[in-house]
Design a protein around this ligand. Structure first.
Ligand code: TMP
Length: 210
């Protein structure tokens, strides 16, 4: 089979406070300096409708939703985001750098909240289809450190340390199952060191000179 060209769709995943947004900003700057067009976005969110769904998900009591409801809301927001932002940007030749994507649903609602992983993968295949990321960075940080660093105390931060341990383990399992797409990044290092690591992995995967 000929090698499949990976989409220039790069996702950043991990627990709370792992430094995803800083690394996205640094990578976006590096790509723009290299003359590339870049769209930076996030999940849940990225469109007006998906940001409205985000507010339902990140505010309020920890037990506000059934886990199934929660997973469906994340996929509903994702369907809007894919249709209105991600696919049009990729079609226009832009890089898309996204703060969280479908691995977060597997990790938080699957490994964390205990939903059936096969059901979540069925939804993922249906909603994401061929628009899987070309590369995913799993920012790995000890759970206590991440929770202490998280800037706001919102709904998911209130779900307890055991929940966060389960989802951190989930991200590691997701990465191990798909080594072509996923790279685990040790997020406890200095941000410049992490950024250099990420730039090197982007070069290797996409053949761009950064
Ligand atoms: P953020 O704090 O990284 O912006 O993300 C908002 C919260 O939503 C975060 O605590 C993780 C959670 N989340 C899920 O539980 N499932 C998902 O599919 C996504 C994208 C985020």
């Amino acid at each position: 089979m000929p090698p499949v060209t990976p989409l220039r769709f790069v996702t950043f995943e991990g627990g709370e406070g792992a430094g995803k947004s800083t690394q996205i900003r640094l990578l976006a700057e590096a790509l723009r300096q290299a003359g590339e067009l870049v769209e930076v976005t996030r999940e849940p969110g990225g469109t007006k409708g998906a940001e409205e769904i985000r507010a339902l998900l990140v505010e309020g009591a920890a037990g506000r939703w059934q886990a199934e409801t929660e997973a469906l809301l994340h996929f509903a927001a994702r369907a809007e985001h894919l249709a209105h932002v991600i696919r049009p940007a990729l079609a226009a030749g832009k890089w898309v750098l996204c703060d969280r994507f479908a691995d977060s649903t597997l990790a938080y609602q699957g490994y964390g909240q205990g939903l059936d992983l096969d059901w979540l993968w069925t939804l993922r295949r249906r909603i994401v289809g061929p628009t899987e990321p070309g590369l995913t960075f799993m920012m790995d940080l000890p759970v206590e450190k991440g929770l202490a660093r998280a800037e706001t105390e919102q709904r998911y931060e209130r779900m307890g340390v055991d929940f966060h341990r389960r989802l951190a383990d989930g991200f590691r399992q997701l990465a191990a199952a798909d080594p072509t797409r996923c790279r685990i990044i040790d997020a406890a290092r200095a941000r410049e060191v992490i950024a250099a690591d990420i730039a090197g992995l982007i070069r290797d995967r996409f053949g761009v000179s950064l």
